[in-house]
Design a protein around this ligand. Sequence first.
Ligand code: GLN
Length: 279
Amino acid sequence: MNVKEVLDDARKVLADSNIEDAPLEAEVLLRDTLKKDRVGLYLALDDELSTEQQNAFRDRLARRLDDEPTAYILGHREFYGRDFLVDASVLVPRPETELLVEKALEIARKHRLFVIAEVGTGCGAVAISLALELPHATVYANDISASALEVARTNSRKHGVSDRVHLLRGDLLDTLPEPVEMVVANLPYVRESDLPRSGPVSREPRLALDGGTDGLDKIRRLCIQAQAVPGSGGYLLLEVGEGQARAVSAFLRGLFPPAEVEVTPDLSGIDRVVSVMLP
Ligand code: GLN
């Protein structure tokens, strides 16, 4: 079979299994198998695949059909213009989380903030992006999962920021060795009852997705902790799920009465980032 036939076939197989973006997914998996970029693949449409290549591609396709996220199969994912290693111990970075980075950068630059914490860092994409965009900043990044921190460590070395991204194991703000000026977090916020039983998200760590009955267990706990951290009075930026911004804003106003809460929508128009300056 040649590249075009294999590609057409895979697109159909994925589409028949109701996999979203089947044409693109098939292409990405085939490019990874053949080690070709987009242009290279389309220049090679008439090339015959070796048996070895066909088997390797069939293996990738089978994993995807078995609900494994493409990012895990490839072992990496692009985020904020850079490449991050990922595996099954971390959530795959989502495009909408780039808004959290953008908002954090905007606030950090405007108010000249240099000490930042990211809570629940996973593969480290947010913390490392912040460190790279803010060359004078120190970033504390923690996670409760040791295996996630291993991935973050590899990424922070890969991007040359391991001297400024301090990885800490622990729960929420418990681990911070010094007061910080900004706390950024993409905590688990999926309602327990909404956790998917199939599809690629079902293969991601539940620990990174499960936000309890209304999805806000972890977020509320972080807000309460932020209130108790001595010398806080910095900025708190939270990614939230669809329909949660209002409840989170109200909760924050209740905890920090004079605080002004800002809500920023993502590119799909979903209120995605809630930010507040703590009094
Ligand atoms: N955006 C993710 C999803 O919908 C959830 C990420 C999170 O819980 N922080 O799958």
